[in-house]
Design a protein. Structure first.
Length: 681
């Protein structure tokens, strides 16, 4: 009954370990700055992936989000995002002084440029990781050594190739922004001009014929668009072989009403839209158009759209998951101590993305979609429809066949099968039992025969060596009338005879000890002993036996430890460890000592600075007749006896070693003495 609830102890220990491991994640304060409004559904996905990635990196993030909403602010009736964004950023950074964040994460161009332009002290004091930035300010960036991140460089060529793969030769309309210097447009034009497969169409308007249709403030901008596309061709031509697309630049904000309606209402043949720069007008426009819309960046692509009017199909860009993972992993490196200067700015990884509701709206077949494209928000049934139907059909046919077959066999052969199976089971059981007995007997016989041969071979070698030395040197001393010996030679021969006699005696004692221990005829007398006293006695005994250049050291706690053990056998184990250490230590020291472990065990060790033991031989060091040096003294039985004694104590032995640095032999066994005795000094 006393052991009835012992299972609770390991259960409590496991729970404690799990609780401790769960508390290992390091808590960090992280400021997360987004460029757009909080209501964007994609931000919830981004934030979730960011937190999960941090936790996988053993970081417990305390996120303090800020949404710049960089496209909604006006000043004096005009859109003035640069100054207002910088002011809002400055106010926010002032508000987080009490937080004292460990790192700042910035996403997309609006937040990035507002952060650089606000001139707040935090911008250069706290590590910053940006992501989703299409056009970094490289000149200004050099002033911020605390900042690194990911350049989300647009690849418009691959987007147009992707559109061509899905739709064939098509005319692509690109929105031009006249409210600020459009670096996206210049980058786009520079890229497509480098590819002869893409034809740029020269932008022309009715400005010369009907200037009254356009506000005067837009005349310069329209002329500028016409100028930068003047190297393009005239629109309306047929496609030539090898061409991917015809590209039209459309300044939607300056179009008269009828032109805007013409571009948004209805569905024009072989036309699509591609967004190169996300803003509120282009977002609203592409939700209304009848033709497919693609994007070169991830902002407008909705993962779980609530409004199915969104016509964005997808594109080639850095998706939210990759952007969040890259940012979190880089931030983790910085939080773990890697200097920002050692983390260069890298280009973000990109993927080909298609949104399920978009391709369904425009009737694209799943069979035409390349295998390298990742589909978003695909219903499980639609994604695996053919496999599911095929599996159901096959499963139904197999079930019918199996049911028919078993019904037929059950009626005809039930009794015969049951009897045959019963007889077969009995025979198999008898045969398996006989084979097991025969196998065990054969293994025991082979093992006994092998052990006998090994034992005789080893004994023949180990006994013959010292015996030959004794007989040989005795004969030399006995023929002193024929051979004149110097006193030093005589003394040396006598010492060799004594040494080999002692070796032969130790070998016989080891064999007898091993035989008595294995046969169970050796008695162990357990008594409560002072471990400090035992170690001091061993230390004093070997202190005078140390060879030159070798120092014997003692390392025991000041507080005495009482253990229940066979004092003679424990001393025998430690003596064997020390003797081995003396054999293979030419200089340095030998350290003996013990420690009380937390699991109510004692750990006695003998550590030397000798030649060490190769790793490949550590596994066999405690086997019988194992000798690292065949010319060294000893029978090779001492460590195997130590192992058996340790097991009789309810413990085990262990060895740690490194060639050229030394070895550490240890014995572990339970402290079974009365705990009250351990208080004695």
């Amino acid at each position: 009954m006393a052991y009835k609830h012992l299972y609770i102890i390991p259960l409590v220990f496991i729970v404690a370990i799990l609780s401790w491991s769960c508390q290992r994640n390091e808590e960090k304060k992280i400021v997360l700055i987004h460029s757009f409004e909080k209501s964007r559904e994609n931000y919830a996905i981004f934030n979730e992936v960011l937190v999960k990635t941090f936790k996988k990196q053993k970081i417990d993030p305390q996120i303090y989000p800020f949404y710049l909403d960089g496209l909604h602010y006006y000043q004096n009736g005009m859109l003035n995002t640069d100054s207002l964004n910088a002011n809002r950023m400055l106010q926010f950074l002032d508000s987080i002084k009490k937080i004292q964040p460990d790192i700042i994460l910035i996403n997309d161009d609006q937040a990035y440029h507002a952060f650089l332009n606000c001139k707040h002290p935090y911008t250069k004091e706290i590590p910053v990781v940006f992501a989703g930035v299409n056009y970094p300010n490289w000149t200004l960036h050099k002033q911020y050594p605390n900042m690194t991140g990911f350049h989300d460089k647009h690849d418009f060529i691959k987007n147009i190739e992707f559109i061509n793969t899905l739709m064939g030769q098509v005319s692509i309309k690109i929105n031009c922004d006249n409210l600020r210097e459009d670096e996206h447009l210049y980058d786009f034009l520079e890229q497509i001009r480098s590819d002869s497969r893409i034809v740029l169409i020269h932008f022309t308007t009715f400005l010369q014929e009907h200037p009254e249709l356009f506000p005067k403030k837009d005349w310069d901008y329209l002329n500028k668009i016409a100028e930068i596309t003047s190297d393009g061709e005239v629109g309306g031509k047929d496609f030539s072989p090898g061409e991917l697309a015809h590209v039209y630049t459309i300044p939607y904000r300056t179009l008269p009403g009828f032109h805007l309606l013409r571009n948004t209402i209805g569905k024009m043949l072989n036309f699509c839209y591609m967004e190169i720069n996300h803003d509120m007008l282009s977002d609203a426009l592409c939700q209304q158009v009848g033709n497919p819309s693609f994007s070169a960046h991830n902002e407008p692509v909705q993962y779980f759209p609530t409004d199915m009017r969104n016509r964005y199909i997808g594109g080639y860009f850095t998706p939210l998951e990759i952007q969040a993972k890259e940012q979190a992993r880089t931030a983790t490196r910085i939080l773990n101590g890697t200097p920002v200067s050692q983390i260069p700015i890298r280009e973000s990884e990109k993927e080909y993305i298609l949104v399920w509701h978009g391709i369904q709206t425009h009737g694209l077949s799943l069979d035409k979609i390349p295998s390298y494209v990742r589909l978003i928000n695909v219903p499980f049934y639609e994604q695996h429809r053919k496999k599911i139907i095929f599996f159901i059909c096959i499963a139904f046919i197999i079930c019918c066949m199996i049911a028919t077959r078993y019904w037929y066999m059950f009626n005809r052969e039930e009794k015969r099968r049951e009897k045959a199976q019963e007889d077969l089971v009995h025979k198999n059981n008898d045969l398996e039992k006989a084979l097991k007995k025969l196998g065990k007997a054969l293994e025991k016989a082979q093992e006994a025969d092998m052990m006998k041969s090994v034992f005789l071979a080893n004994m023949s070698h180990e006994i013959r060596t010292p015996l030959n030395a004794i007989v040989g040197f005795s004969n030399i001393l006995n023929t002193e009338n024929d051979i004149e010996l110097e006193p030093e030679e005589r003394e040396s021969f006598v010492e060799l005879i004594n040494t080999n006699s002692e070796l032969l005696l130790n070998l016989i004692n080891d064999i007898l000890d091993l035989s008595r221990i294995e046969s169970g005829r050796m008695s162990f007398v357990f008594e409560t002993c002072s471990l400090n006293e035992i170690m001091n006695e061993i230390y004093q005994t070997y202190l005078v036996l140390m060879p030159a250049n070798v120092e014997l050291r003692l390392d025991i706690p000041d507080k005495n430890l009482m253990v229940s053990v066979d004092k003679h056998r424990l001393t025998q184990v430690v003596n064997n460890f020390i003797n081995n250490a003396i054999k293979f230590t030419q200089k340095g020291h030998i350290l003996i000592g013990y420690r009380a472990e937390q699991n109510h065990q004692v750990h006695i060790f003998v550590e030397d600075t000798g030649i060490g033991i190769p790793k490949e031989k550590l596994g066999s060091i405690f086997e019988r007749f194992t000798k690292l040096d065949e010319f060294a003294k000893g029978s090779g039985l001492g460590l195997s006896i130590c192992k058996i004694i340790a097991e009789r104590f309810g413990g085990h032995v262990d060895v740690e070693s490194e060639v050229g640095k030394g070895s550490r032999f240890s014995i572990f066994f339970p402290i079974t003495a009365d705990p009250n005795d351990n208080n004695s000094d």
